[in-house]
Design a protein around this ligand. Structure first.
Ligand SMILES: [Zn+2]
Length: 471
């Protein structure tokens, strides 16, 4: 605060207006206006000569203090956050050729995403006229590095570092994020964030090798930028554009209900929440004041909004006592996705899963499958047939399988093998064969539950064959 007060003080004294007013007050009729002007210029020059180094020292100290211990070179030193925020720069150099700063920032941001450290990437840059569009250039470069398009959010009004940082918080509603850039800019960005009470940390993109002259020019430019940042803080300067709130496709609401994962991720377990709203589900999945706290990695709302609750490298509590293909700690081996849906009512009527919601579930599963060797996508009732019914007979498993998520067949195969043996061969716990068969029907033959289908045994044989072929 002392620094800010000091800067404000300095600013009041040394703004050009103040200086000119001073000059005006002193003005008297003179025969030698040019010598007066020279004097004024000399004074200004001396003033600036004294002021600049002082401001530079204050700026440098403030920036170093604010960013100390907040910048990571190694991904593993970073906690999970919802968003990475990448300040833009031009993708190519003025004289032609690729801008190495751009390239390094993009690859660092993609690495953060692929390490599952962030759910979305906000690319923030300058788009002040057509034909110059940093955010779109960044988005395209990220997509080329296999970041899904729907996880990239463009901020077209990130004209300066200040705008990028403040808009990430005020417009894109990120309370804690990871800034991705070269260290020199990160320090200044973190100073700007901290001065506004915004929690952010930095992930350092690779530095760019520069010739001596270019390096000196960059150092000088950065010193001036830091002085400007100090003045921005002192004057509480706002971004050029603020605009209405933007809702990114994903939120992170950390649930404390998780523990260490002891198995590699190989299963996705889908659930329904038995809640009307996403917020109710989030409340249940983050609550600690219950005898059995629960959680999941993700919960998907009716309109397709995704909330992450637990980082993927942690074991969430969604499956409970369960079994799948010999695995008894399904929680440790899986990623759990809760889907907002009330489940069947008292008359057995299943509420449908809306299109937006299923599209989001498909996107999420695809993204998870791209990062882990997923062997099975199952329902909660598949892994806990005696206790659970979710995600229920109305869940569109066929549609998911058509998108490459899980397996499906419409075939019926004649077979002499008893049901229990077929179920066990697929992976079910058959300690209660009737319950296992019902779970199978919910997933692979919902007609048996919804419309009186009578060919469960033949469908079971067909699915078992599919599993055997797959293995
Ligand atoms: Zn469940």
């Amino acid at each position: 605060m002392a620094i800010v007060a000091m800067a404000r003080e300095l600013l009041t004294v040394w703004t050009p207006t103040a200086h000119m007013e001073y000059a005006c007050r002193m003005e008297k009729p003179s025969k030698e206006p040019s010598s007066r002007k020279k004097k004024w210029l000399r004074r200004t020059a001396i003033g600036c000569g004294l002021l600049l180094p002082l401001l530079a020292i204050i700026a440098e100290t403030s920036v170093l203090i604010a960013s100390a211990g907040r910048i990571a070179d190694d991904l593993s030193d970073l906690p999970h956050c919802n968003a990475a925020v990448v300040p833009g720069c031009s993708k190519s150099l003025r004289g032609g050729g690729e801008n190495q700063y751009f390239r390094a920032r993009i690859s660092a941001a993609a690495a953060l995403y692929h390490a599952r450290k962030v759910g979305i990437i906000i690319v923030s840059g300058d788009n002040r006229h057509r034909g110059y569009d940093e955010p779109t250039d960044m988005k395209e470069a990220l997509v080329r590095l296999d970041v899904p398009e729907d996880r990239i959010v463009c901020d077209y009004a990130g004209l300066r570092t200040l705008d990028t940082v403040v808009r990430a918080h005020d417009v894109f509603q990120q309370s804690d994020f990871i800034l991705v850039s070269q260290r020199f800019q990160l320090r200044r960005a973190l100073f700007l964030a901290r001065s506004r009470g915004i929690r952010a940390r930095g992930f350092a993109a690779d530095e760019v090798r520069l010739g001596r002259r270019v390096l000196l020019r960059q150092l000088a430019r950065e010193r001036l930028a830091r002085i400007a940042a100090l003045l921005d803080v002192a004057t509480r300067r706002k971004p050029r554009f603020l605009g209405p709130l933007e809702n990114p496709p994903m939120r992170y609401v950390p649930s404390p209900n998780h523990s260490e994962r002891t198995r590699p991720v190989s299963i996705i377990v889908l659930h329904y929440t038995v809640t009307k709203t996403l917020e109710q589900a989030v409340q249940i999945l983050t609550a600690t004041n219950t005898p059995h706290p629960v959680s999941s990695h993700y919960v998907v709302g009716i309109d397709g909004e995704i909330v992450q609750l637990v980082p993927e490298d942690r074991r969430a509590r969604h499956a409970g006592v369960s079994f799948w293909r010999g695995e008894t700690d399904v929680n440790s081996a899986s990623i759990g996705i809760e889907i907002v849906n009330m489940g069947p009512d008292a008359n057995g009527v299943h509420p449908a899963y809306p299109e937006e919601q299923i599209t989001a579930v498909i996107g999420l599963c695809r993204d998870i499958q791209a990062h882990y060797a997923i062997e099975d996508v199952v329902g909660h009732s598949d892994v806990a047939p005696k206790r659970k019914q979710d995600p229920g007979a109305a869940f569109p498993w066929r549609r998911l399988a058509a998108e490459g998520i899980g397996v499906w067949t419409d075939e019926f195969v004649a077979s002499d093998t008893p049901n229990a043996k077929l179920l066990a061969s697929i992976g079910y716990d058959v300690s209660d064969p009737a319950a296992a068969l019902l779970a199978f029907q919910r997933h692979y033959y919902p007609e048996a539950i919804l419309s009186g289908g009578k060919r469960t045994h033949e469908r079971l044989a067909a699915v078992e064959q599919l599993f055997r072929k797959r293995d």
